[in-house]
Design a protein around this ligand. Structure first.
Ligand code: CP
Length: 317
């Protein structure tokens, strides 16, 4: 595998799951595969889980790890070609990327959507520049439109906890004080559609996701109706995608918070969230602390998804 930015890059999901569970049985069985190989993790945005789980996964494979926080201690980087660089950014990504490439064997990149220019975000301008100019395998640690390592971990988690072959999985919008990208819900939808679960998306009107990600999912504007009979509730906030509202907050309606009353409508559903989560905005304390909350095992599976992806990349070097 040379690049990992979306569900298609992983290939057959059944094989990807088999590989993940094989790693989970003994995560140190490939601890010499990455000997003398270096992972460079480049962060344009903050992280807790991605940073720790990906570094841990690389260590499990015997790799060396370099972490670059672009906004802390590095030169500020210009990302757009053609601009006159007379501002506060002394280095262009077009020089910085090939330089990073010479110091490592694999690059992971986190670069969120700016939420100002939909075309720029949805063209995945930053990670595509890494793919084009680094000369190295590149994987997404959450880009503008997708978070595939998270979605792969989410899929592993659902497979571990499901009790029916084709569970009902509900992605629900929930309120948040700040405008967030659509990367996690887009990506989750992409992977759930590929897994062919009974998949429902629920959100207030105006929060429709890009149709390419919605795919075959059923969209239900009544959250309570969507929750009926669900086996998994996956909560997430996102900002508007459509037209002039791109990147805007259209609602902070607290009636969309996931609470015990709504969870009671489900088939004793497990509660999932990628974290970090705003308690009592996205989800009530009671729900996230309940025995049906699987947010910690979900986060633990980030190590497994990262290791599965890097293992494939190491094997193709
Ligand atoms: N879920 C996730 O990607 O967490 P971080 O933003 O902390 O990495």
């Amino acid at each position: 595998m040379r690049y990992f930015t979306n569900v298609n890059d992983i290939g057959d999901l059944k094989v990807a799951l088999k590989e993940a569970f094989e790693i989970k049985k003994d995560r140190f069985q490939f601890d010499t595969l990455g000997k003398n190989k270096t992972l460079m993790m480049v962060f344009f945005n903050s992280s807790l889980r991605t940073r720790l789980s990906t570094q841990k996964a690389a260590m499990n494979l015997g790799m060396n790890v370099i972490v670059l926080d672009v906004n802390q201690g590095a030169w500020k980087l210009e990302t757009e070609r053609g601009v006159i660089m007379d501002g506060d950014k002394p280095e262009h990504l077009l020089e910085a990327i090939p330089v990073m490439g010479v110091y490592c064997d694999i690059i992971g990149v986190r670069s969120f959507a700016g939420l100002e220019d939909r075309e720029y975000d949805y063209n995945e301008t930053v990670i595509n520049q890494f793919i084009k100019y680094s000369g190295k395998p590149v994987f997404s640690m959450e880009a503008a439109t997708r978070h595939p390592l998270q979605s792969y971990a989410d899929l592993i988690t659902i497979e571990e906890y499901k009790t029916t072959e084709r569970p009902k999985v509900v992605l629900t919008w929930a309120p948040h004080p700040r405008a967030l990208p659509q990367a996690v819900p887009n990506s989750f939808a992409e992977w759930m559609n590929a897994a062919d679960y009974d998949f429902v998306i629920t959100h207030p009107r105006g929060y429709e996701l890009d149709p390419q990600f919605v795919g075959n999912a059923r969209v239900e504007y009544d959250q309570r109706k969507a929750f009926e009979g669900a086996d998994f509730i996956y909560a997430k906030n996102w900002s508007a995608y459509s037209g002039d509202n791109y990147g805007k907050i259209l609602s902070k309606d607290m009636d969309w918070t996931v609470d015990t009353e709504k969870m009671a409508l489900t088939n004793q559903a497990y509660f999932m969230h990628c974290l970090p989560v705003r308690r009592n905005m996205i989800v009530s304390d009671d729900v996230i602390e309940s025995e049906r909350s699987i947010v910690i095992p979900e986060a633990a599976n980030r190590e497994i998804s990262a290791q599965a992806v890097m293992k494939k990349m190491l094997l193709s070097l």
